[in-house]
Design a protein around this ligand. Structure first.
Ligand code: ADP
Ligand code: MG
Length: 418
């Protein structure tokens, strides 16, 4: 039978059902359910506890749903329908808390970051989605659950360019600071880094919760998939896609790209969210291809290959992947700063126009530049750490860089929540 997805969270969600809070939608500007202002409502919800969900629990609930028998019970609903309503009910309670925390935080950022236009835009998305969910009808039957699903789909799309938009905001601030007094050390602003780390971590969690629900809702699950999770995630397959996309960007930028070879356990599969593995590999490969081209010039014949190795070992605790390049390495004095969301040695990749450049699509598409956003490494490490893995870089200055990616076979750890 289905293991409770969210354990205590479902119990916590129940008191809301059937109370006055389940009134259906009112305009976004209407006062909150208790007649509070939006600001008061945000602050109150932001003070509630968040509920942590492990990858394994997510998988178990999804499996329960996929294997559910088609018969109905006394409520006239199938097990599948009831599970979807349960998940939707959990999200209706949990998402406003997570969104409110971020919206409140986005009002009080260090160094005046909250005043940057792009950051204000991101905050509006969070507030907008918060209000949408709070004012939506409680998902209690098939029709209201469907409406809730459609709402979350809209919200998922709304927030797609958050990373790249926040990065733009940081860039705006950097420009402002450099124009006034501060010189150079902007990349080391500790509070900004800490905030962004928490913010992006939280975003990963929110997108997993919504994404998993949206995927489970589809009737046509792809082979091997349980929502976002693929029980047979193949690093080799993900690798091929990431190489193709990173190579495309590298060739666009440098006219050519080094060859990338795959070695080791190309047959290995494990339970993971393939899109996360893709983001990480894509970011690491972009860095390796760029470094190789910049270090050796852009003639493919003379470019040393980039090697990707999937580690052997059936009973290893982790799946380990190494990406090795001969792109000249990273100076030791830069090693601390490469994990900063603000650090890049590329030309910052933002156009002038507010809506121009790269901000209108997702955060990890080929519509982004090869380098210059500065968040590739830290965000990749956050993805790896989210379910208990890690990412480390070893550099040999003058020669090249090895990136070691560790991913647990099936994350059984709770989410890191702030
Ligand atoms: P971006 O690629 O947008 O600059 P990243 O976070 O991906 O941001 O990388 C930060 C910086 O770390 C890069 O600008 C580069 O200076 C350095 N770096 C990362 N990976 C490598 C690598 N494989 N070889 C050399 N330098 C690297
Ligand atoms: Mg990069």
């Amino acid at each position: 039978s289905a293991r409770p997805l969210l354990g205590r969270s479902l119990a916590a969600a129940r008191p809301l059902v059937g109370t006055s809070r389940s009134r259906s939608s009112s305009p976004a500007t209407a006062p909150g359910p208790e007649g509070e202002t939006l600001d008061q409502e945000l602050r109150r919800l932001a003070s509630y506890g968040q509920t942590s969900v492990s990858l394994k629990a997510t998988l178990d609930t999804g499996l329960g749903l996929l294997l559910a028998p088609a018969c109905t019970n006394s409520t006239g609903l199938t097990k599948r329908q009831r599970t979807l309503i349960q998940i939707a009910t959990f999200l209706k309670r949990e998402l406003p808390v997570r969104l409110a925390r971020r919206a409140v935080e986005l009002q009080q950022l260090p160094e005046g970051l909250h005043n940057m236009r792009s950051v204000k835009r991101v905050r509006e998305w969070y507030e907008h989605s918060f209000v949408d969910i709070r004012r939506s009808a409680m998902p209690v039957d098939v029709a209201t659950e469907q409406a809730f699903h459609d709402l979350l789909h809209t919200i998922y799309e709304r927030h797609a360019p958050t990373l790249v938009t926040m990065a733009r905001g940081v860039h705006e601030l950097r420009k402002e600071m450099l124009a006034t007094n501060e010189k150079g050390e902007f990349a080391d602003k500790r509070e900004i880094h800490t905030f962004l780390d928490k913010f992006y971590m939280s975003r990963i969690g929110i997108r997993i919760l919504i994404g998993q629900y949206l995927e489970l809702h589809r009737e046509d699950q792809l082979d091997g998939y349980v929502g976002l999770i693929n029980r047979h995630t193949s690093p080799a397959e993900v690798f091929r896609q990431a190489v193709e996309d990173a190579t495309y960007l590298c060739e666009r930028e440098h006219g050519d790209a080094p060859e990338v070879v795959l070695m080791g356990r190309t047959d290995l599969t494990f339970s993971y969210i393939p899109s996360h593995l893709y983001y990480i590999m894509f970011e690491l490969l972009k860095n390796s291809l760029r470094a190789t081209c910049e270090h050796h010039g852009s003639k493919r014949q003379t470019l040393p290959v980039v090697k990707v190795i999937i580690a052997d070992g059936e009973n290893n605790e982790d799946v380990v992947i190494k990406i090795s390049d001969e792109g000249g390495g990273i100076p030791r004095s830069h090693m601390q700063r490469i994990w900063s969301y603000l650090f890049t040695t590329a030309k910052p990749a933002f156009g002038g126009a507010e809506d121009g450049g790269f901000s209108s699509f997702g955060d990890h598409t080929t519509d982004t530049p090869l380098a210059g956003l500065g968040y590739g490494l830290p965000i990749s490490r956050s993805y790896a750490r989210y379910f208990g893995g890690d990412l480390n870089l070893m550099s040999m200055e003058g020669h090249g860089t090895d990136a070691f990616l560790h991913l647990p076979r099936l994350g059984n750890r709770d989410e890191p929540l702030h």
